[in-house]
Design a protein around this ligand. Structure first.
Ligand SMILES: NC(=O)c1ccc[n+]([C@@H]2O[C@H](COP(=O)([O-])OP(=O)(O)OC[C@H]3O[C@@H](n4cnc5c(N)ncnc54)[C@H](O)[C@@H]3O)[C@@H](O)[C@H]2O)c1
Length: 447
């Protein structure tokens, strides 16, 4: 259909926008610009045979999580041939990029080009988008290079290593008029979308009041375990508050909107050490945090975690409203899970399974194919599909870099509150006006 629209352009649209018309000039110019933009986008994407080209994607950082992204693009390729083509793999450890490229060849018959640095890749490969799955400190460095070279990006969570790094990505996307998407997989899955629907649309819990997400267990320190970039704050940006925590903070915003203030303590009780190149070095991650998060909507919540709890452990995640609660049955980072249930004032219990079925049935065909194309329900497949489809159709992604910035700003508000010894205003953190904790990380990366 798009091909038809493009080929009809000169017959229908051109005379319309060129001929004198009665509309105000500014409106007319705006319309001309918009129509020409759309037509240029699609004509640029036409192959010699008049077909729309597959979206040409590179993966930068071919490690653990990127493997999930690779499988996702291959799943999309199989469900919708011609939608996406993996044309380049890049990792500073070249063998990893090569292994990914071989996997692509096994499935598609075509081996993507292999690179060990982003600059060479950008100078060589013809790309529509790059999917960035590096260590956190390299998110903004790679994203900005791509955007400045006219390549759209999707960046794994947390968007940038700090708030400033995230702003730098957003600014580069705006300056180059390109997409910067957040690779947030958790909230796209059926039970999370259902939780949002039952709380905000169906209002099953009544007025939303409070939540508690708490974990306690014991992890004995092991100085013989291997160092990893996550354990260095300048590379990781923080510990689990902002690693897996970036998912939960995104889910909290999805369910309750933006926070107003955050008060938190963050500690390392055990003296955590690991082995790096034969030397014992510090593991800089926290092992404990207690955060009170106040939302603009009036919801108040407690998010706590400790891996320094000897003798008794527990895990408890529950959301309360004026009519009942949603009791989760999983960890404090990735829910609400399929095993959750709603318990109402009248004592009735409603399984997440039955609520997912009700939510799915409530969706129109358009909503279903937008939220769960090809009936995909895996969050990584859905985020990759959304990125590719946004590029193909010249539209914003569902979750842009601003969404990533706002989620990670809850994590940063927790660190900043601890560093300042007082509650912090969330919007001040989002704006980058509070940077006691983040200052050394920003300095390390020249931000
Ligand atoms: N969405 C999720 O559920 C989920 C789960 C795990 C990790 N992640 C995220 O995925 C990202 C990667 O984490 P991981 O666990 O896969 O780490 P990893 O260490 O397994 O992989 C990172 C890869 O990036 C490469 N790399 C680092 N800097 C690079 C650069 N400048 N250029 C090219 N390659 C570079 C490394 O060599 C490595 O292969 C992080 O942002 C992490 O938070 C998300």
């Amino acid at each position: 259909m798009i091909v038809k629209i493009v080929s009809d352009f000169s017959i229908i649209v051109k005379p319309l926008i060129i001929r004198e018309c009665l509309w105000p000039e500014c409106l007319c110019n705006l319309l001309k610009k918009r129509i020409c933009g759309i037509v240029t986008h699609y004509t640029d994407r036409l192959t010699k045979k008049g077909k729309i080209m597959a979206v040409q994607i590179a993966i930068i950082g071919c490690g653990g999580m990127a493997n999930g992204h690779l499988n996702a693009y291959l799943t999309i390729h199989q469900a919708e041939p011609g939608k996406v083509e993996l044309v380049a793999m890049c990792d500073e450890v070249e063998e990893r990029a090569d292994q990914f490229a071989e996997r692509v060849k096994e499935v598609t018959g075509k081996k993507p080009a292999v690179f060990n640095d982003t600059d060479t890749m950008l100078a060589t490969a013809d790309l529509d988008g790059a999917d960035i799955c590096t260590s956190h400190a390299h998110h903004h460095i790679n994203a900005i290079k791509c955007l400045n070279n006219g390549v759209n990006v999707m960046v794994e969570k947390p968007m940038g290593v700090t708030v400033k790094a995230s702003h730098a990505i957003i600014n580069a996307a705006k300056a180059n008029n390109k997409i910067a998407a957040t690779a947030e997989n958790i909230r796209r899955m059926p039970s999370r979308r259902t939780a949002e629907w039952l709380m905000n649309e169906k209002q099953m819990l009544g007025d939303l009041w409070t939540f508690s997400a708490q974990h306690a267990s014991y992890r004995a320190p092991n100085p013989e375990s291997d160092w990893h970039w996550r354990l260095d704050l300048t590379l990781g940006g923080g510990g689990m508050v902002m690693d897996s925590g970036a998912h939960y903070c995104d889910t909290l915003r999805y369910l309750f909107g933006d926070p107003s203030t955050v008060y938190a303590r963050v500690c390392q009780f055990e003296d955590l050490r690991v082995t790096k190149a034969g030397e014992i070095v510090k593991n800089e991650q926290e092992d404990t945090w207690v955060a009170t998060i106040n939302f603009k909507s009036g919801v108040i919540g407690l998010w706590t975690c400790t891996w320094a709890a000897i003798g008794h452990g527990f895990n408890h995640v529950v959301y309360y409203g004026s009519e009942g609660c949603l009791l989760d049955d999983g960890d404090i980072f990735h829910g609400p899970f399929d095993g959750a249930e709603v318990i109402l004032k009248d004592g009735t219990r409603h399984s997440m399974e039955s609520l997912i079925a009700e939510y799915m049935a409530s969706l129109s065909d358009e909503e279903k194919s937008r939220l769960f194309p090809h009936n995909f329900t895996d969050g990584v497949v859905l985020e990759c599909y959304d990125f590719v489809d946004a590029i193909a159709n010249n539209r914003p992604p569902e979750l842009d870099a601003e969404v990533g910035l706002r989620a990670k700003s809850i994590c940063e508000a927790i660190y900043e509150s601890n560093a300042c010894g007082q509650a912090v205003d969330y919007e001040e953190v989002v704006a980058g006006n509070i940077e006691v904790y983040q200052k050394p990380i920003n300095e390390r990366w020249g931000l």
